[in-house]
Every structure is written in structure tokens, then in C-alpha cells.
Design a binder for this molecule. Structure first.
Ligand code: SF4
Length: 247
């Protein structure tokens, strides 16, 4: 499809959890992962029901510029995986930067570093990068893909001195374990100069009904993590000198 058109799942105009300030959040269709806990499985596939043009989206965003200025907010692309439509994002974000609007990308980082992706990265102020799992096999088990591209992506952001918020979902039996959190802290050390925050997202089952509605069998049979454990994980990361958000 032309880089002037995009497959969109939905738009939220008063978002406050996907980057700083009040945000215009665009949820893009399609994702390379099939996370066992995904709460947006309806974004996985290409869907022609809601195709937006670059100009119509840009004009709509401009209506909210005062809110962005007042709150220190801007635009966040999420999904699904927004960088599967990187050519569109590069064009949109180039226009937004021309209008001095803050841009963020909520991404799983599982993309090839094509020219379009590099161009989208160039015009993005802040990355919300989801780390699914540091162990390659566990990553494969959790998402259906290994984590090599994700780490390459983070290396590239580091080489470009891009600001990053690391997002880590805490899933019992996968990542909601003290040993894993300590490994995460050690892994992040190399990237410390670009990491502004670490966001911890305790696993929840709120997406389960969506899977049922789509006729899919929910893949994860674990309970949300214990609150005491989550507080301990937060303390471990804070002790390493990072600002931690708990969602
Ligand atoms: S990366 Fe996000 S949208 Fe894609 S499957 Fe995982 S949780 Fe769902």
C-alpha cells in the first residue's frame, strides 16, 4: 500500500499512559508477534475497515495541538506493531516534527532496519520499547519469534542516541521472577545513557475475553503476579538508578 495510507485499528485522543503528557494515540493494525498474553489480538491482522490517509490523520492531530503544548504531550503510535507501516509513520512524523509536535513510538522492536524504518526512527523523539524476554528460547515460547531483531533494534537506537522507555510485562513463570529482573538490570547497563525510564506492567487477564470473541484459545494459564513481588522488582530496578513507572 502507498505510504500515504495506513491500516488503523483505532485512535485514542486523550491518552495519558503511552508517553509524557496528553497524547493522541494511533493503534496500527498488524503485528509480527503472537504474545501469549496479548490484550489487543484484534490488531494482529491486516484489516481494511479503517484505512486513513496521511493528510486526514495529520489534520485531525492538529486539532489537539493546544493540549499537547499545555501538557507536554504529543502523538504516540502503537498497535499492533506500528513499524510494520514504517513508511507511513516516517512521512507523518516528519510533518509532525515540522509542526513541533512530540512523537513517540510504542514498539516491540521486531523489525528489519530498512530505509523506511530508519527514517521513522529519525523523526521519533521517544521510544517505548517492549522487552518481552531476554532469553531467546523463552522469547520464542512467549511471542512466537526469537529476540535477535529486538536487540539489534535497541543497539541501533543506542547508536542514534534516541531516548527510550523500556517496557517490561511481568508474567509469572516467564519474567515475574527476581532472577529475571536482576538479569534485566544487567542487560540494560550498556544502554543506560539512552534509558529515561523503566515501566513495569504486571500481567493481567483483561485481554482474555477478546481472544474468545475472535474464536481464539487463550494461551496463558497463569495468575497475575503477587503485589509484594512487583514492589520488590520495582525496588531492584530503582536501586540500579532507574526511574520506574508501575502501571
Ligand atoms: S507485540 Fe503487542 S500487539 Fe503484538 S502480540 Fe505482543 S502484546 Fe499483542
Amino acid at each position: 500500500m502507498s505510504n500515504n495510507l495506513a491500516y488503523i485499528h483505532s485512535i485514542v485522543t486523550g491518552g495519558t499512559v503511552d508517553g509524557p503528557g496528553v497524547r493522541y494515540v494511533i493503534f496500527f493494525q498488524m503485528c509480527p508477534f503472537r504474545c501469549k498474553y496479548c490484550h489487543n489480538p484484534d490488531t494482529w491482522f491486516k484489516n481494511s475497515l479503517n484505512i486513513k490517509t496521511l493528510d486526514s490523520l495529520y489534520c485531525d492531530i492538529l486539532k489537539y495541538k493546544n493540549f499537547f503544548n499545555f501538557s507536554g504531550g504529543g502523538v504516540t503510535s502503537s498497535g499492533g506493531e506500528p513499524l510494520l507501516q514504517a513508511g507511513f509513520i516516517a512521512k507523518l512524523y516528519s510533518k509532525l516534527k515540522g509542526g513541533e509536535i512530540h512523537t513517540a513510538l510504542d514498539t516491540c522492536g521486531y523489525v528489519d532496519l530498512t530505509d523506511d524504518v530508519k527514517e521513522a526512527i529519525k523523526y521519533t523523539d521517544l521510544f517505548l520499547l517492549d522487552i518481552k524476554h531476554l532469553d531467546e528460547k523463552k522469547h520464542l515460547e512467549l511471542t512466537g519469534k526469537d529476540n535477535k531483531k529486538v536487540i539489534n533494534f535497541l543497539d541501533y537506537l543506542f547508536s542514534q542516541n534516541k531516548k527510550v522507555w523500556i517496557r517490561q510485562v511481568l508474567v509469572p513463570t516467564f519474567t515475574a521472577e527476581k532472577g529475571y529482573v536482576e538479569k534485566l538490570v544487567a542487560f540494560l547497563e550498556k544502554y543506560r545513557p539512552i534509558i529515561q525510564k523503566v515501566e513495569l506492567l504486571p500481567y493481567h487477564k483483561m485481554g482474555e475475553q477478546k481472544w474468545k470473541n475472535l474464536g481464539l484459545k487463550y494461551q496463558l494459564d497463569v495468575e497475575p503476579p503477587d503485589k509484594k513481588d512487583v514492589i520488590e522488582f520495582k525496588s531492584i530496578i530503582e536501586a540500579a538508578g532507574y526511574e520506574v513507572l508501575l502501571s
